[in-house]
Ligand binder design. Structure first.
Ligand SMILES: Cc1cc2nc3c(=O)[nH]c(=O)nc-3n(C[C@H](O)[C@H](O)[C@H](O)COP(=O)(O)OP(=O)(O)OC[C@H]3O[C@@H](n4cnc5c(N)ncnc54)[C@H](O)[C@@H]3O)c2cc1C
Length: 409
């Protein structure tokens, strides 16, 4: 008799697991609470779906044991992911830093092709089906839906996602399903999200964009550093490099640390070269006020804020009157502007969940639970969070593939 597999959650991991289990000969039912599967996939990569990254490595992940991901990546890596999607019809387009998008630039096209494959393979897709409870009764798994009906299977694959962007359906309820099987959930924090920083001036510079470097400091220790497009918000900072750092923040704050963000606006010039440039600029600024003398070098909206932070009260004084010490203060803010980190924005703004089902309770080769034989987990519900750049979807595809293959075995 064919093995009957139930998959809870029609996101990236669940769809992959269902397709692979079906290809391996199982009878598969995919259960999704939303009216259709793949809602989160549609918003990925700003609607373009950055579905993998060619520089795949478990070091690009965090969690209690990022190395847990290595076995799944060996089984199904970014090359195989591209080949899988190419077979479905997705032409890969390689962009900067190894990011891969569909040539169509449409996340919806990736979803259409996955839906086609689910249907062609014979996966039964149940939508508007919220899973309220799960249990193992003898050798069978029973899934109780919100309407009270029960669906039964021989194996269960749990892929209900995490807590990030709960409007897509993954609102954290899946952790209770995992807990009901005895699994431990490590502390959960929003990841790939905006940082809230201390400072009373952010509303003045909201919307200012620049290319620069941000680093996260714990005391004098630099934990991580990133470069790219940075955007000021009325709460603090946003943009890809800030997102990358943000995934470290929740855990630091939870253990009583006081992380600091260092912003380097002028990051392509060393301090000596910058000082020389500022000296020359102010000396040649005859007739210009201090604030006007920086126009053309620094974003106009940032100038008054930077000068105030550097300790200047009179921004209209002649630029030529600046002393070397005063010029040094401006240089320091441009290269080493520090902000105490107050926290991150919350779940609706986050792209990923930091934390999840403890990896030491799962077999990395199969994604099977060590606590409940026949139960498999995959995707964001597991304690692994990747960098921005296609890593999180890759984790969903790789872990979903391994779970689907082994559940059907
Ligand atoms: C705005 C945004 C942009 C992103 N962009 C990228 C990107 O470009 N590249 C990248 O790699 N990653 C990106 N990510 C992250 C990536 O989308 C996720 O890590 C990935 O989709 C997780 O897949 P998953 O299958 O584990 O969970 P999900 O995709 O969240 O799927 C879980 C599914 O389970 C369903 N579900 C939950 N509970 C139940 C229940 N009780 N009963 C039935 N169904 C249930 C949910 O409705 C959902 O459909 C982005 C995330 C966001 C929010």
């Amino acid at each position: 008799m064919k093995r009957r597999i139930l998959v809870i959650g029609g996101g990236a991991a669940g769809m992959m697991a269902a397709i692979i289990a079906c290809r391996r000969g199982a009878v598969v039912t995919l259960i999704e609470r939303n009216p259709r599967v793949g809602k989160k996939l549609l918003v990925t990569g700003n609607g373009r779906c950055n579905y993998t990254n060619t520089n795949l490595d478990y070091h690009c992940f965090q969690g209690e044991n990022p190395q847990f991901a290595a076995a799944a990546f060996r089984r199904f890596d970014s090359r195989e992911t591209m080949a899988f999607f190419e077979e479905l019809g997705v032409v890969p387009k390689l962009e900067e830093e190894g990011k891969v998008y569909p040539w169509s630039d449409q996340a919806s096209s990736v979803l259409d092709l996955l839906l086609h494959e689910l249907e062609a393979g014979g996966v039964k897709v149940m939508v508007n089906a919220f899973v309220r409870r799960v249990r193992k009764q003898g050798a069978k798994f029973q899934v109780e839906l919100a309407d009270g009906s029960i669906v039964e299977g021989d194996r269960l694959i749990l892929t209900p996602g995490g807590k990030a962007k709960p409007s897509t359906g993954s609102d954290g309820n899946g952790y209770d399903l995992a807990r009901s099987f005895g699994h431990t959930i490590t502390p959960l924090y929003p990841g790939l999200v905006q940082l809230k920083l201390a400072g009373s001036f952010f509303h003045q510079i909201q919307g200012v964009k620049l290319v620069g470097t941000v680093a996260l400091l714990d005391g004098t220790v630099e934990l991580s550093r990133e470069r790219g497009d940075i955007i000021f918000g009325n709460y603090g900072l946003s943009g890809p490099p800030v997102f990358q750092l943000s995934s470290l923040v929740g855990r630091l704050l939870a253990v009583g640390k006081e992380p600091v963000l260092r912003l380097t606006i002028i990051d392509r010039m060393d301090r000596a070269a910058l000082t020389a440039l500022l000296n020359a600029r102010f000396q040649q600024a005859a007739g210009k006020s201090l604030d006007f003398s920086l126009v053309g070098f620094i974003n106009k909206r940032l100038i008054p804020v930077i000068l105030k932070v550097a300790g200047f009260q009179d921004l209209k004084r002649p630029a030529v009157t600046l002393t070397p010490e005063e010029i040094g203060r401006i240089g320091r803010i441009l290269t080493d502007w520090r902000f105490p980190v107050r926290g991150t924005k919350s779940w609706p703004s986050a792209q990923v969940t930091v934390g999840g089902v403890a990896t030491d309770e799962l077999n990395p080769e199969t994604m099977e639970s060590k606590l409940v034989p026949g139960l498999f987990l995959a995707g964001e519900i597991i304690d692994l969070a990747g960098r921005c750049g296609g890593y999180n979807l890759q984790w969903a595809w790789s872990s979903g593939y391994v779970a689907g293959e082994n559940a059907a075995h």
